[in-house]
Design a protein. Structure first.
Length: 544
């Protein structure tokens, strides 16, 4: 009996005990990734200082420079306070922009890594790629703590960002590919909760140290513990199947079944199903970014996702930076800005498997974008209303950001999933780089930045209704599977199609093809499965 990966998970459990261990291990790593994402907030903290005029007039300014030029001042830094690299290298007044450049350069490194290295895991494997990228991140970010000047730090943080992009992408894809269809969305959204907790933990760590070098080194060296991952995590069985390594994939799935206590539920004799009617060598050679534009429908899906990722990132980071100006304590406000995302993820979890990925994504983006647009209409004296609307926008965009990861991972096929996730991550990084410039629109017209972000978010949310619904479906494995999604609807909608994905209706036809309802088994293999089900190349795929 030949079974596909999703079919095996339907027997052994979509998210059993062993998969929970895998999920927790991977997402603790995700929490560590958040350390480096917001590290510059603390290491580049603007210091408190007094500017004494150099002309001997005795004039002084607090936290400002004459003519906004550090050259006009003798600087005296207040004590005690956190020693940031902004203080060490006098990045204040007319040099203040250089602090923002550090974050932009790091984000540029993440964009480069996603663009150039996103497909490496599709070629050499998820686990091997993850460990190489993790080691690179630890080294480059750690070495940046010993930077002798500003430019040395820029180079090292850029390289750290390149490696971090691969860590984030590959770890997420691996966590998704170790789960069955019914638990992918919930577990994927919960990943954001670990990221939010990481923001809170780093805020506490930053408050407990007094030097940016110590903080940088601590966040980097703490990643050494994750080097034991190869002893905890297996390679993705989905990737192994896509490479024709059926025995290895079967061994991993049998181990998961054993640890889940469900090994007895597997058929007595079974093997992994291979692609039928496919030239594997040809598929491997063809799989790449160019496949994302191989058909008008696939290109449309790709372009919509690129825009959606750009907008989600720009709005998320834009609202985060705006929220960072609220409150007098940077450590408390940053911690709260992260932890406030947890309710958003819980809300997303409660609806994503009820109304589907597409409608959930559209709803959150339209609601959050509308809240941002309304800020433009609120008089300045109603600051609490403005803050509440901005908070609604932040919660909504955090929720949509978690759902878009799930939706994209379920749309891109296995052979180019990492490549596809890599290219949309590039769009997200561009959005993150652009966010500071969008926020500057408020310098010209009050609250214009919120209207701009809101309009983009609403438009992206509406465009997402053109994407296929993926709830309750097996992950596509080839480009042909994506094309088949054109003519199918979500679960519970009865349609017919000539594509590989065909909805089945539970009728007396099950009896005609020999389906045994009492035992829930097939008598005519490769024709029918439990209803609702999917026929995939005349081989059954069972989903819940």
């Amino acid at each position: 009996m030949f079974l596909r990966v999703d079919e095996v998970f339907s027997f052994i459990g979509d998210c059993g005990f062993q998969q929970v261990i895998y999920f927790i291990a991977i997402n603790i790593l995700h929490g560590w990734c958040s350390f480096h994402q917001i590290l510059t907030i603390f290491t580049g903290l603007e210091p408190s200082f007094t500017c004494f005029a150099k002309d001997g007039s005795g004039e002084k300014l607090v936290n400002h420079c004459f003519n906004n030029s550090i050259a006009s001042c003798r600087i005296a830094y207040d004590a005690p306070q956190f020693k940031s690299f902004a203080m060490e290298w006098n990045l204040i007044c007319n040099h203040k922009f250089r602090v923002a450049v550090v974050q932009s350069v790091w984000m540029g490194g993440v964009m480069t890594g996603a663009l150039l290295l996103g497909g490496v895991a599709d070629r050499i494997g998820r686990l091997k790629t993850l460990m190489m990228a993790l080691l690179g991140t630890i080294c480059f970010e750690g070495f940046s703590a010993f930077s002798q000047d500003y430019y040395m730090m820029l180079v090292l943080r850029y390289l750290g960002g390149v490696c971090m992009a691969v860590v984030i992408l590959v770890s997420f894809v691996l966590s998704q590919e170790l789960l069955g269809t019914s638990k992918r969305s919930i577990c994927g959204i919960m990943t954001g909760g670990f990221f939010a907790i990481g923001i809170g933990l780093l805020s506490g760590l930053a408050a407990s140290v007094d030097d940016w070098r110590v903080l940088t080194l601590a966040t980097s060296l703490s990643g050494i513990v994750f080097l034991i991952m190869p002893f905890i995590l297996p390679e993705s069985p989905r990737w192994l199947v896509s490479q024709g390594r059926m025995k290895e994939a079967k061994a991993i799935l049998e181990h998961i079944a054993l640890q889940n206590g469900t090994a007895d539920k597997l058929p007595s004799r079974w093997d992994m199903a291979a692609e039928k009617g496919k030239d594997k060598s040809k598929d491997k050679k063809a799989a790449g970014l160019h496949d994302l534009a191989s058909h008008p429908y696939v290109l449309m899906l790709t372009l919509i996702q690129l825009y959606s990722w750009f907008v989600n990132s720009a709005t998320y980071y834009g609202l985060t930076m705006a929220a960072g100006e609220i409150g007098s304590n940077v450590y408390t406000s940053t911690a709260l800005s992260g932890l406030v995302e947890i309710p958003a993820y819980l809300l997303a979890c409660s609806v994503v498997n009820r109304i589907g990925r597409r409608l959930t994504l559209c709803g959150f983006m339209v609601f959050g974008g509308s809240a941002c647009i309304l800020i433009q209409l609120i008089p300045p004296q109603y600051q609490s209303v403005t803050t509440s609307l901005a908070l609604c926008g932040k919660l909504s965009i955090a929720a949509s950001f978690s759902v878009i990861y799930i939706h994209s991972a379920e749309i891109f096929p296995t052979v180019i999933r990492n490549s596809g996730m890599g290219i949309v991550s590039v769009a997200a990084r561009v959005g993150g780089i652009m966010a500071p410039f969008i926020i500057m629109l408020g310098d010209y017209i009050p609250n214009l930045q919120f209207s701009f972000l809101g309009l983009m978010t609403v438009s992206a949310g509406l465009l997402n209704m053109k994407l296929p619904e993926t709830m309750g479906r097996p992950m596509p494995e080839t480009i042909d599977d994506i094309l088949a999604l054109r003519t199918t609807e979500g679960p519970g909608v009865h349609t017919s199609t000539d594509g590989k994905y065909s909805r089945l209706e539970q009728t007396e036809e099950d009896e005609e093809v020999g389906f045994d309802h009492q035992n829930g088994s097939e008598q005519q293999e490769g024709v029918r499965t439990r209803s609702p089900g999917i026929i995939f190349d005349n081989e059954p795929l069972i989903y819940k």
